[in-house]
Each structure stands twice: as structure tokens, then as C-alpha cells.
Design a protein around this ligand. Structure first.
Ligand code: ASP
Ligand code: MG
Length: 417
């Protein structure tokens, strides 16, 4: 069996949903588990609902949610005739779940409410798509992934309970020639509270299913040709990389390439399951194939992270930066759940670069000032080039002022103004 994953951009209107079904038809003899994200920008819209609710703006939250509801009902109306009523009935259950909550007053942590509200995006999209498949006589089973994907209660970044999840998936999904439709990105705790796995987490869900079901492959259908060696929006000359190893992809996403969710590779690598990244608008394009073997010749791969902050930390009294201050610093990173993108240490100073997350950066600055003198520089960019050559490095740095540089045989990173 194969696992497919369709992201928000591949189901954001009626035409795209029809296109999804034409892809599914191409594979009509293969058992499929299909993981789907919320339609288009639904997750962003639902985030706004959660924010309004938590700011005690109940009416605004209800209005914003109403817009999301209407959009889904309209899509369902376009797609469905005989199955419209049963779809609407199921959608109404999801609407009611959220609306009940919106009538309450927030008393728990924001992240809890976020997950209870935002999870409805994937429930609604899969409900409509599953009914549409039935409408055009492609039988399928719709599953509420929250009955299978067990997580802890670390809301908005929940961790999978692999044992429970494996048991539940294996006992429910039989690998005959069936199509299952379910949601990416969401799960539930033992107490049936909804959780989410972090933005863009549907890729990870797909990898979890592929791992547990020993799938022959996972295909992520995207609105691009495959994985490119740079972001084509910034570098029009970017080219497709046709083959990559698991290692390379994990490195790329570690350095910030927004190719696939960083947690996706491990479950696949552990079982040797290949990953195809393919273009949903032209299924005959080759896409990118990711597997165990190292590709022979890789092009340089460029990743640029904007909005970087550099911390210049200097010891208070000219003492060396030893293990103790450094381990206290790492404790702070863990407490604040903040990940350094680059660290360079000297005798009495440390320089560390982070994504500019305003709340956390301030907290870190205050806490670090107990250990060091702290100076902060904002508005920097971090360039990473894998498999660099001197000429591409030179070319990309023209007109830029280097602040920090770190280099290994394979990778160069430059923080610049
Ligand atoms: N719908 C979620 C998001 O937009 C999850 C996903 O698309 O993977 O982040
Ligand atoms: Mg998405």
C-alpha cells in the first residue's frame, strides 16, 4: 500500500479537489491511505478565531468562524449532489464542537484552545473530499485521525505515543484494496482532547502512517515540481533536484529549507520507506525521489533565513566562557524552547543567532543578562549553502556585509546585514 499526502494548496478549491480525485483514480488498484491538510489558508483563518476567542472577543470569534463555515459549505455545494446532506450533517458536528467552545470563557492555556479550534480545518476538508469521492463512486473510508493518533498534551506541538498509535492504526486499517481518507496535523490525548503537531505537520502524520503500515512509499503531492535547490521566488534560476538522500533532506530542513516538515524523515528512514515529492498538477513530471542512497552529484543548495537576531554575549568580569555559563545558556534555550541557528564562541564572548521571535527573544535577553553582558542586533539574514563552490559564495555575497561565517567541507553559513 501507499500513503499519499495532499497539502492545503492542493485542495484549496473545487478544481483542485477534482484534480486530487483524478490522481486517486490513476492508482485504482493500490490500497491507499490519504492524508489531507486543511483547505488553502483555513488554518491561518482558524488561528484568527482562536486569537479572538482568547482575547475575549466572542462575537468576533464567532463571525470569523462563520466565514470559515460558509466557505466550506459553498465548496461542498459545488461538489456534491446526492451526498450533500450527509456531508452537511457531518460538517455541522464539527461546527458545533467549535461553536460550543466559543461560547465559553477561556480559562485554560491558549495552546489548548488553539488546538480545539484549529483541528476543525482538517476535519472539514477531509469530510468534503471523502464525500466527493463517494459521489463519483470511489468508495473510501473516512477516519477521524483523533481515534488513532495518540499524543501527549503538549498542545500545538504534541508528541506521538508510538505504541498506542501503532496498535490503533494496525487494528483498524486493513490493507486490502481500500482507500482511507484522514486528517494530517491533528491527533488527540488519552482524554480525547484534540492536539496538533505543529504548523505544516501533515507531512509528519503521513510519515507516521507510512511507518506503522510499512507502506511501500509515501508521496507528498505539492504545488511545485518537486524539491528545488533554492526558493524559486527568490532565485528564478532554481532547478529541480531529482534525487536526494534522507540525510540531505534532514540537513536541508535543519538549515531552514521549507521543503517538508523536519520530523517527516525519521519515521521513513527508520523503515527504509522512499519518499516522492510530486507535482499535483502534472503527475507525469518526475518530481524528487528521496531514499537511502546518496545521490551522486548534488547541485549547491541555498537556504536563506530572514529576520535573524544576533546575541553578542560577553562575560561580566572578563572570565572565560567555560562549561558552566554555556550549560546555563543551553538550559535557557530548553526552557524557552528556542533553537539557535548558529553559535560561535570566543574566549570571553559568545555569538548566537536565532529566528526573531519577539516574545522569546526578550525573555532570553533578560535571563541571559544574569550570566553575560548582552547586546542584540536585529534584522540580519542567514545564508546557508550546502555543497558550495567559491564562485556561488562570492556571487551571493556581492553587496552584502558579512557578520559571522562558519564553514565545513559541505556547508557554509554566513550571517549578513
Ligand atoms: N493545515 C496545517 C497548516 O497549515 C497543517 C499542514 O498543512 O500540514 O499548518
Ligand atoms: Mg500546509
Amino acid at each position: 500500500m501507499k500513503v499519499f499526502k495532499f497539502g492545503g494548496a492542493s485542495v484549496n478549491n473545487v478544481e483542485k479537489i477534482k484534480n486530487l480525485t483524478s490522481i486517486v483514480k490513476e492508482y485504482d488498484n493500490t490500497p491507499l491511505v490519504i492524508i489531507i491538510s486543511a483547505m488553502g489558508k483555513t488554518t491561518n483563518a482558524l488561528e484568527k478565531v482562536a486569537e479572538a476567542f482568547y482575547a475575549n472577543k466572542k462575537e468576533e470569534a464567532l463571525q470569523l468562524f462563520d466565514a470559515v463555515k460558509k466557505q466550506h459549505i459553498t465548496t461542498a455545494k459545488y461538489l456534491l449532489v446526492t451526498h450533500f446532506n450527509s456531508c452537511l450533517l457531518q460538517l455541522t458536528d464539527f461546527f458545533t464542537e467549535v461553536e460550543w467552545l466559543l461560547h465559553d470563557k477561556p480559562v485554560r492555556h491558549y495552546d489548548y484552545y488553539y488546538d480545539q479550534i484549529v483541528c476543525s480545518g482538517e476535519l472539514m476538508s477531509t469530510c468534503i473530499i471523502s464525500h466527493y469521492l463517494n459521489e463519483i463512486k470511489i468508495n473510501n473510508d473516512w477516519l477521524d485521525v483523533r481515534d488513532f493518533l495518540r499524543t501527549d498534551n503538549n498542545f500545538r506541538d504534541a508528541n506521538i505515543d508510538w505504541n498506542e498509535t501503532s496498535n490503533k492504526i494496525q487494528s483498524r486499517i486493513n490493507l486490502s484494496s481500500k482507500i482511507y481518507i484522514t486528517q494530517g496535523f491533528i491527533g488527540a490525548t488519552d482524554d480525547n482532547e484534540s492536539t496538533t503537531l505543529g504548523r505544516e505537520g501533515s507531512d509528519y502524520t503521513a510519515a507516521i502512517f507510512a511507518n506503522i503500515l510499512n507502506a511501500e512509499s509515501l508521496t507528498i503531492w505539492k504545488d511545485v515540481e518537486g524539491i528545488m535547490n533554492a526558493d524559486p521566488k527568490q532565485f528564478p534560476e532554481a532547478t529541480l533536484i531529482s534525487e536526494l538522500s534522507y540525510d540531505e533532506v534532514i540537513e536541508m530542513s535543519y538549515y531552514g529549507a521549507q521543503v517538508i516538515h523536519p520530523k517527516t524523515i525519521k519515521p521513513l528512514q527508520n523503515k527504509g520507506i522512499p519518499l516522492h515529492v510530486k507535482c499535483f498538477s502534472d503527475i507525469f513530471l518526475p518530481g524528487t525521489f528521496i531514499h537511502k542512497k546518496n545521490a551522486k552529484q548534488l547541485p549547491y543548495i541555498i537556504v536563506i533565513k530572514k529576520e535573524q537576531v544576533l546575541f553578542h554575549l560577553t562575560s561580566h568580569d572578563f572570565s572565560f566562557v567555560g562549561e558552566q555559563p554555556m550549560s546555563r545558556l543551553y538550559e535557557l534555550f530548553a526552557q524557552l524552547n528556542i533553537k539557535p541557528n548558529l553559535i560561535q564562541t570566543g574566549a570571553i564572548n559568545v555569538q548566537i543567532c536565532f529566528d526573531d521571535n519577539p516574545g522569546k527573544i526578550e525573555q532570553l535577553a533578560i535571563a541571559a543578562s544574569n550570566i553575560f553582558d548582552v547586546q542584540i542586533e536585529k534584522g540580519l539574514q542567514l545564508l546557508t549553502i550546502r555543497h558550495y563552490t567559491d564562485s556561488i559564495l562570492y556571487e551571493l555575497m556581492i553587496g552584502k556585509e558579512m557578520v559571522l561565517q562558519q564553514q565545513t567541507k559541505e556547508t557554509v553559513q554566513i550571517l549578513f546585514r
